[in-house]
Design a protein around this ligand. Sequence first.
Ligand SMILES: NC(=O)c1ccc[n+]([C@@H]2O[C@H](COP(=O)([O-])OP(=O)(O)OC[C@H]3O[C@@H](n4cnc5c(N)ncnc54)[C@H](O)[C@@H]3O)[C@@H](O)[C@H]2O)c1
Length: 317
Amino acid sequence: MGYSEARRVLVTGGAGFLGAHLCTRLLADGCDVLCVDNFYTGSKDNVAHLLGNPRFELMRHDVTFPLYVEVDQIYNLACPASPVHYQFDPVQTTKTSVHGAINMLGLAKRVKATILQASTSEVYGDPEVHPQPESYWGRVNPIGIRSCYDEGKRCAETLFFDYRRQHGLPIKVVRIFNTYGPRMHPNDGRVVSNFIMQALQGHDITIYGDGSQTRCFCYVDDLIEAMVRMMGTPDDFTGPVNIGSTSEFTVKQLAEKVIELTASPSKVVYRDLPSDDPIQRRPDTTLAQQTLKWEASTPLDTGLRRTIDYFKQRYEL
Ligand SMILES: NC(=O)c1ccc[n+]([C@@H]2O[C@H](COP(=O)([O-])OP(=O)(O)OC[C@H]3O[C@@H](n4cnc5c(N)ncnc54)[C@H](O)[C@@H]3O)[C@@H](O)[C@H]2O)c1
């Protein structure tokens, strides 16, 4: 694709963990990338390697305010994703999800762009159905401490589908399950980054609950591939599509793996489980396999090794 024909792509939350990987990938694919971020949880460091690229532009902007730019595609990722960050200012979290969705959908409508929403497995809440298919409506507490995120993301999905029904907008919704990899925040309370930082520093590894709760961990490169494929699907395909790994590990198993791969002297300690923390979460990815011809393929050991190397280098541990 020549420069003049390049797709102009807006990535909101582009300086965050996933956003930075997505911007890198889109530039490699020959796109012009406009990265918009208010640096609430993201940082310029995450996209420092892209700043010299003439096809890359970084703009400080809060998506709760309208944005006027000309683009062909929008990936809407802006939103703090870890409980520590999204519970710090819960009102702003809901505003980012809801007002951010309204503003980006309004922009997509004006410039006739295809827009993809980074939704989340949290829309399923604490599910009674395992694994969760997209048709499951979820079991979400509307008034708990996680609700600002869960309900904000649910409302954003509603807005996406109403813009589709009411205005015929080409929309795509992916529901992302636990994803990890280089450029995660070191202290955001997410289990993979927590364990790696604790192990590399020789601190106790903290497990909330008894460690029997299970999670599936998707490596970031796999997730980005799925998002790009989703954007490339025909206009009549909207999702929602679950994206995540289906290999299930207990949190205790993850702690043991991290200790092994870092050769750390750390010990495991147990703390009370926070409110509304789901005990099991596994995606049904049949739809992703059928429509995107995609499944997560990076083994946990490989992904963890790459992530551990990143943390070692970045934080000189
Ligand atoms: N990482 C995961 O496992 C995961 C799982 C499910 C869903 N998601 C979704 O993917 C998206 C990216 O998550 P992430 O893990 O990269 O998190 P992150 O916190 O690293 O990235 C979010 C980015 O959005 C930016 N941001 C926040 N509020 C903003 C605002 N009002 N205006 C502009 N920018 C704003 C932050 O500064 C940050 O750069 C989020 O929408 C999240 O809900 C992530």
